[in-house]
Each structure stands twice: as structure tokens, then as C-alpha cells.
Design a protein around this ligand. Structure first.
Ligand code: DGT
Ligand code: CA
Ligand code: CA
Ligand code: ZN
Length: 588
């Protein structure tokens, strides 16, 4: 074990002993010992251990010295393991509640017999905590709030929301005089549908002003860690953010490392090792030789890389876009020069599946069309709900026919450069039939078919139901395959691969619903499905004019699914899109 790891174990021992209410002098010996070795330089610590002189340090007696030596040589400590096993896990969990330290927790255990977060919450609600010496009403309220916040903090966050929080921080960092480069890393950069925490990587000459700015910017509600070159904070809304500052020459390596994913990093590191190199956040250095990778990097022994492309190139790879870095074959593809040319936001020429005030949208047809035009889109497909979706004010046959006329009139008026397509988001009824009859559906430019009811059907029934809809010659595309709402609701049970087969066989498109809450069909299915010939439509499912912008989230998922422009129908320019739709209609 390294010096820092040993110090952490000693500090944890002190905490555990405090939770158990043990002798304060003994406790202080461990926390003091942790601080004493933390303050040492690595080399000095190693030297003292090697010479058996660790007990000459102030604050470290013989007993502690032998424990440190045991940890150093074996990485384990029997005393620590026994101690850990003797402390109730609920007490350790309580340490995560802001405002509760080991001493208070020990008192709660002793006086109230509370040994879990749930029991603590109940005790607070019954007012029993306020009555304890050293607690009071205020503390009791703080604990209740802390428990609630802890739940929010442990949550993951939608990519869209995380990005909204991260962008102003990134801009703030870039505006600092000391900052040379700043990027967002982690799952956010990889375009994951949900994000655990934010990771900022900064190259700076001077570090102190950057750390100070980061921990004191207005969105910060709590500083959870602050060091010389890193800091962690909790932001409003509960999301955590980590900052790491590195020297400019290490920036590309740190950015690559903290972008991840873990699986991608493991494979990259193995590839480096196969070439006698060691890859880490510090650099790409020879695996052999004196000292740690960090020290070698500091001595500039490694490969220089001005950017991430340089990191990949040094390992014989072409640049791997962050979205593909999931350890799912991207390194092999990069080696062979076979990475796909991923679809980009700018490739989209329009979008289908959009709602208006006719059903449950909040903007009118004209407002939606005008917004699409402002985005530079050549076309916009309207798809309001069908009559069975009463909760969403689904259109009756008459109202849909009226909308078809309105759209024709708008298209003919010459007011718009964006062409409107008539459509519907037609309910797939519980038995797989469609909500409108053939004659009406045949009058529309396209038809999205979606499930909005009877979510509880078993997988076989649901799969059969959706396949029946996909086999309907009136269906152009399938909406939100599983109906999941991220972080809120699981999707209904459906056999995705069978539905994909049916869609391919029937020339039906499956949408990538780009709503940041959905991102459905999931990116993990897309690569194989597209290889087999499935076409995708990146659909915003917009209910407002700003909702059209959701395609940005959809493009993340499309890229994670290795999709190229050729697999995404709404990259077609207007003329080709019209021919494509006409050809579909002729067949149905
Ligand atoms: P998240 O925050 O849960 O949505 O996911 P990430 O991917 O942002 O993970 P995070 O924030 O824990 O760490 C950022 C990146 O740092 C991660 O993708 C890869 C790298 N990393 C962190 N811990 C490890 C590790 O133990 N091993 C390896 N190989 N890489 C790690
Ligand atoms: Ca992260
Ligand atoms: Ca992190
Ligand atoms: Zn829908």
C-alpha cells in the first residue's frame, strides 16, 4: 500500500472507533498517525519504512508503527478488518448525512438505539432527537433535510440537465486568466443518457485561483473536497462536480483518462502495456525504469501529445470520438481504420414526431413550423396524438382531417421555407390494431405508431402487439420502443430484437426518441440493428418550440449507437425525403 492509502486506513480506523464510542486517546492516536504520515514526502516515508524507523516519527508509537508496516507490506490489516465487521453498516451510512459526525452518531446509537438511516429519520419525526443533549430542534431539522438531500445527491441526472449545469461552469473556467485549456470529461462528454457527476479537466499555469473560483462559484452549495490541484463540490440540484488541474503537457492524457469509460481505459492501458508502455492520467511513459508513472511523466520521459488525437496516434490508433469510448470494439475498429463516420447534429434536415396545441403540445402549428425554420430545417413532420390517447387530447378523425387541410394551406401559402408533413402519432391499441382506419391513415404523409396504454402486458403479448403494428402497411415508423422515462419509470417489457427483426422485414423505421427523458430505442441496440439494415429517425417528440432542440440529445445516442448519416432518414434533403415518403406510401 502507498503512503496515502495507509493514511486513509488509519483515518477510517479512527472514525470507526469513534462510532463505537471508544477511548478518545486511542482514537486520537490513529487520526494523529494518519496526519503524520500524510505530511511526509513519499520518498521519506518509503525510506523510514524500509529502515524500520517509522516509530521515530512524532505521534507514532510502536503499536501503530507495526500496523503501518503490516499495511505497507501486505496491503491488509487484521485489526482493521475485525473492527470494520464489528460496526453496524447503518452507522457508517449515517456518516454520509451532512452535519452528522461519528461522535453524534455514537450518541444516537447509545441514547436512542438508532442504527440505520431509516430509524434515524423516524426518531427525528417523532421529535426524539431534539431532546438529546447536544442536539436540539435545529439539528433535528438539519438531519431530516440532510437525509432528503442525500437521496437527491445519490441520484443520477439526465444528460440534458447535467449539461445545462456544466456549460456555464466550463465557460467560467475558460474565462479565468490562469486557465489555458478546460474541458468537460466523464460520462457527460461521452454523451451518456444519464450522468453521475461532472468532471472538469483544466490546464493552468497557476492553480490556486482556479480552485478558489471553482469552490466559490454561485451554484455551489457545499465544498466536499479541496486540495492543491483538485476540488469537489455539490451544486444546486444535487449534482456533484469534480475539478482536476494539470500542467498543460499532461492535459491530453488527463482528459482522455477522465473521459473514460473505465472499460475503454482498461483496454487502452492493456494496449499500451503490450507495447512496453504505461498509460495513465499522467502520460504515456515506458513501463520499465526507475520510479512511478507520475514521476516519469514529470521527468518528461514519455510520449508528448498535444491533444487526444496524439494519445491515440501514439498507440497506433485513429482518434476515437468520446461517444464511442465504451469498450465495445472501438479500439479494434480504430486500429483497422474502420471507425464509422458518425452522424452529426448539423446533418439533420428536419424531424418527425412533433406535437402542437391540437393535442398536448403547447405551441401552435405555425409556431412549431416557424421554430423549425429558425433551426434551418427543410421539413417538419407533425404527429399529434390519436383519438384513444384521451389524456393527451388525441385528435378525432374530423380534427385530424382539419389539421391536414391547415397544413396544406400553410404549405401553399408561401409563408414558410420549411415544408410541413402531415402525420399522426397513432396509438397501437392493446391488440396491436391501429387507432385510425386505413383510409384516413392513407391520406397522411407518414404514420408514427406508438404504445400509450396497457403497459402491464407481459413481454410476449406486448411484443406480438407491437409487431402486429409494425407489420401494418400504414406504419412508417415505430415511436419510443419501450416507453421508458429515464430515472422515473422502466419501459414496458418487450423483446427488442424481435421487434427490430420485424421492422427490418417490413421496411419500417424505428425512431430514436430524442426527448432527454426517453432516448428510446436505447443506443445499445442501434449498432447491430443498423448493420442489419434498420433505419433510424431522430425524433424530438417536441411538445414546445424549444423541444425541437432535443435532437441534440438524440444525436448523442445515435453516435453512441455507431450510426452514420446513411442510417438516419431525417438527414435526407427535402427532395429525397419526399421521394422516400412517396415510395413508402405507394407500398402501403
Ligand atoms: P458517472 O459519473 O457515473 O456518470 O460516470 P463517469 O464515466 O463520468 O465516471 P467517473 O466520474 O467516476 O470517472 C470519470 C472517468 O475517470 C471514468 O469514466 C474513467 C476514469 N476512471 C475513474 N475511476 C477509474 C478507475 O478506477 N479505473 C479506470 N480505468 N478508470 C477510472
Ligand atoms: Ca462523472
Ligand atoms: Ca467523477
Ligand atoms: Zn408518444
Amino acid at each position: 500500500m502507498t503512503k496515502n492509502e495507509i493514511a486513509e486506513v488509519l483515518a477510517e480506523i479512527a472514525t470507526l472507533m469513534e462510532l463505537k464510542g471508544e477511548n478518545p486517546f486511542k482514537i486520537r492516536a490513529y487520526s494523529g498517525g494518519a496526519r503524520a504520515i500524510e505530511a511526509l514526502e513519499n520518498e521519506d516515508f518509503e525510506k523510514l519504512v524500509a529502515e524500520g524507523k517509522i516509530d521515530t516519527l512524532k505521534g507514532i508509537g510502536e503499536a501503530l508503527a507495526s500496523k503501518i508496516t503490516e499495511l505497507h507490506s501486505t496491503g491488509k490489516l487484521a485489526f482493521f478488518e475485525t473492527l470494520k465487521a464489528s460496526v453496524e453498516p447503518g452507522l457508517v451510512e449515517m456518516l454520509g448525512i451532512p452535519g452528522l459526525g461519528p461522535k453524534k452518531i455514537a450518541a444516537l446509537r447509545r441514547e436512542l438505539g438508532v442504527s440505520s438511516v431509516a430509524a434515524l429519520e423516524a426518531a427525528c419525526r417523532e421529535g426524539r432527537v431534539a431532546g438529546l443533549a447536544g442536539f436540539g430542534e435545529k439539528t433535528q431539522e438539519k438531519i431530516i433535510a440532510g437525509i432528503r438531500n442525500r437521496e437527491a445527491y445519490s441520484r443520477r441526472h439526465l444528460w440534458w440537465e447535467a449539461e445545462g449545469v456544466a456549460t456555464p461552469i466550463l465557460e467560467g473556467l475558460r474565462s479565468l486568466g490562469a486557465v489555458k485549456r478546460a474541458e468537460i470529461a466523464g460520462s457527460l462528454r461521452r454523451g451518456m443518457e444519464t450522468v453521475g457527476d461532472l468532471d472538469f479537466i483544466v490546464a493552468a499555469g497557476e492553480v490556486a485561483p482556479v480552485v478558489d473560483w471553482f469552490v466559490s462559484n454561485p451554484g455551489v452549495v457545499e465544498v466536499t473536497a479541496k486540495g492543491d490541484t483538485k476540488a469537489s463540490v455539490r451544486l444546486e440540484g444535487g449534482i456533484q462536480a469534480d475539478l482536476r488541474i494539470v500542467p498543460p503537457e499532461q492535459f491530453a492524457f488527463a482528459l482522455h483518462h477522465f473521459t473514460g469509460s473505465k472499460d475503454h481505459n482498461v483496454q487502452m492501458r492493456q494496449r499500451a502495456l503490450d507495447r512496453g508502455l504505461s498509460l495513465s492520467e499522467w502520460g504515456l511513459v515506458p513501463a520499465a525504469g526507475e520510479g512511478t508513472a507520475k514521476e516519469k511523466a514529470a521527468r518528461s520521459e514519455g510520449v508528448a501529445a498535444p491533444d487526444e488525437a496524439g494519445v491515440f496516434a501514439a498507440l497506433g490508433l485513429s482518434f476515437v470520438p468520446p461517444e464511442l469510448r465504451e469498450g465495445l470494439g472501438e479500439i479494434e475498429a480504430a486500429e483497422k481504420g474502420e471507425l464509422p463516420e458518425l452522424v452529426e447534429l448539423g446533418d439533420l434536415r428536419g424531424a418527425f414526431h412533433n406535437h402542437t396545441t391540437a393535442s398536448d403540445g403547447r405551441n401552435t402549428l405555425l409556431e412549431m413550423a416557424t421554430a423549425a425554420q429558425a433551426l434551418g430545417w427543410e421539413y417538419l413532420g407533425i404527429a399529434d396524438h390519436s383519438k384513444s390517447s384521451r389524456q393527451a387530447n388525441g385528435l378525432t378523425e374530423e380534427r385530424l382531417l382539419k389539421q391536414v387541410e391547415d397544413i396544406a394551406a400553410l404549405n401553399a401559402s408561401g409563408k414558410l421555407r420549411t415544408r410541413l408533413f402531415t402525420g399522426t402519432e397513432c396509438d397501437i391499441l392493446p391488440d396491436g390494431a391501429l387507432d385510425f382506419d386505413d383510409a384516413l391513415l392513407a391520406r397522411l404523409d407518414y404514420v408514427v405508431v406508438s404504445v400509450h396504454s396497457s403497459f402491464a402486458q407481459d413481454e410476449e403479448t406486448m411484443t406480438r402487439r407491437i409487431i402486429r403494428a409494425v407489420e401494418n402497411p400504414r406504419a412508417t415508423m415505430l415511436g419510443h420502443l419501450t416507453g421508458r422515462i429515464l430515472l422515473e419509470r422502466e419501459g414496458y417489457r418487450v423483446d427488442a430484437s424481435k421487434v427490430i427483426d420485424a421492422a427490418i422485414a417490413n421496411g419500417v423505421v424505428i425512431e430514436l426518441n430524442a426527448s432527454p427523458y426517453r432516448l428510446d430505442m436505447d443506443w445499445r441496440h442501434w449498432r447491430r440493428a443498423a448493420e442489419r439494415g434498420l433505419l433510424c429517425s431522430v425524433n424530438p417528440d417536441a411538445h414546445t418550440t424549444t423541444g425541437l432542440g432535443a435532437v441534440r440529445a438524440g444525436i448523442n445516442s445515435a453516435r453512441k449507437g455507431w450510426l452514420t448519416r446513411a442510417s438516419v432518414v431525417n438527414t435526407l434533403p427535402l427532395g429525397q425525403m419526399q421521394s422516400w415518403l412517396s415510395a413508402k406510401r405507394a407500398r402501403r
